[in-house]
Design a protein around this ligand. Structure first.
Ligand SMILES: Nc1ncnc2c1ncn2[C@@H]1O[C@H](COP(=O)(O)OP(=O)(O)OP(=O)(O)O)[C@@H](O)[C@H]1O
Ligand SMILES: [Mg+2]
Length: 262
C-alpha cells in the first residue's frame, strides 16, 4: 500500500508558500512525517508550515497523539522528516551533516524533554553543567546559582536523580536548558510534573528569559494555564496545524481546545 497524505491544512496567512524570513528563530515549511508502513502507518505530521519569531514564547497544544512531540523533535533536528524543510536561526538543517547539526544544537538550542533525560550517575549540578562540559566551555557559576535559586534547587545540587522527586528532576532539566543561554529552548511539557506554585515559577522564569535575554521558547503543554504564559498558542490536530491564538487567557485556550476534542 502506498502512503497517502491528506490535503494540506493551511491556516489563513500560512507561511507555506512564503520565503523563510531571516528574523525567525525556527521555521518549518511543508514538513511531513510518518511512522511505520502499510495499514499501520501513522501520519504524525501532515504538511506543517510554521514560523517561530525570535524572542517569542510559543505554546503548542492539541490532543494526545496529535504530533506535538514529533513536531518539536523535528524542529530541533533530533528526528528526520519525510518531506519539507526546517531552519534554526536561518540555517537550513534539512540537509546538514550530523556533526554540523550536533554543533548547531549544542551552541544554539536547549531542551527540556517529556522524559527528563538526566544521567543517573551524575549529581544534579553535574547534569545541569553537562552540556557546557561537553562543549568544552566554562560554567557561569553566578548564573548557575541564580537559576538554581529561582528553581529551588540550591540544596539539591549534590543529589543524584534517584534522590530527587519527579518535580525536582524536571527543574534540573529546566536548569540544564537555561544554563547555556541558548537562542531557542524547546520544552515538552516542562511543567507537567510540577505543583502549581513551582510550575508558575518555572513558567515565569521561561517568560523572563524571553523578555530579558531575547530567547525563543517553544513549549508543548496540555495545560491551558501554562499556555497562557506564552505570547502565542499554536493548535494541532491529527498531525496538522488547525489554528492559533495570541496572548490568550486560560479560559479562551480551554475553549479553543474543546473545539478540537482535546
Ligand atoms: N517512534 C514512533 N513509532 C511509531 N509511532 C509513533 C512514534 N512516535 C510517535 N508515534 C505516533 O505518532 C503520533 C504522534 O505522536 P506524538 O508523540 O508526536 O504525539 P503528542 O501530540 O506529543 O502526544 P502526547 O500529548 O500524548 O505527548 C501518535 O499517533 C503516536 O502514536
Ligand atoms: Mg508528546
Amino acid at each position: 500500500m502506498t502512503i497517502s497524505t491528506n490535503s494540506p491544512v493551511n491556516l489563513p496567512g500560512s507561511p507555506a508558500d512564503t520565503p523563510v524570513p531571516t528574523n525567525t528563530a525556527v521555521s518549518a515549511r511543508n514538513v511531513s512525517k510518518h511512522y511505520g508502513r502499510g495499514e499501520t502507518a501513522v501520519h504524525a505530521l501532515r504538511d506543517v508550515s510554521l514560523d517561530f519569531e525570535k524572542g517569542r514564547f510559543t505554546a503548542i497544544m492539541g490532543p494526545s497523539g496529535s504530533g506535538k512531540s514529533t513536531l518539536m523533535h523535528c524542529l530541533a533536528g533530533l528526528d528526520s522528516v519525510d518531506a519539507g524543510r526546517l531552519w534554526i536561526g536561518g540555517t537550513d538543517i534539512t540537509g546538514l551533516a550530523d556533526a554540523d547539526l550536533t554543533r548547531l544544537r549544542r551552541e544554539h538550542v536547549g531542551f527540556v524533554f517529556q522524559a527528563f533525560n538526566l544521567v543517573p550517575t551524575l549529581t544534579a549540578e553535574q547534569n545541569i553543567t553537562l552540556p557546557v562540559a561537553l562543549a568544552g566551555g566554562k560554567v557561569d557559576s553566578a548564573w548557575l546559582q541564580q537559576i538554581a535559586s529561582t528553581l529551588g534547587l540550591t540544596d539539591r545540587l549534590s543529589h543524584r536523580p534517584h534522590e530527587l522527586s519527579g518535580g525536582q528532576q524536571q527543574r534540573v532539566a529546566v536548569a540544564r536548558a537555561l544554563l547555556t543561554r541558548p537562542d531557542v529552548i524547546f520544552g515538552d511539557e516542562p511543567t507537567g510534573n510540577l505543583d502549581s506554585t513551582t510550575g508558575a515559577e518555572v513558567l515565569s522564569l521561561l517568560r523572563r528569559s524571553c523578555r530579558e535575554m531575547g530567547q525563543s521558547i517553544i513549549m508543548v503543554t496540555h495545560d491551558p494555564v501554562a499556555a497562557s504564559y506564552a505570547d502565542r498558542v499554536v493548535l494541532m490536530k491529527d498531525g496538522a496545524l488547525v489554528g492559533e491564538l495570541q496572548q490568550s487567557t486560560p479560559e479562551a485556550i480551554l475553549g479553543a481546545l474543546a473545539t478540537l476534542g482535546a
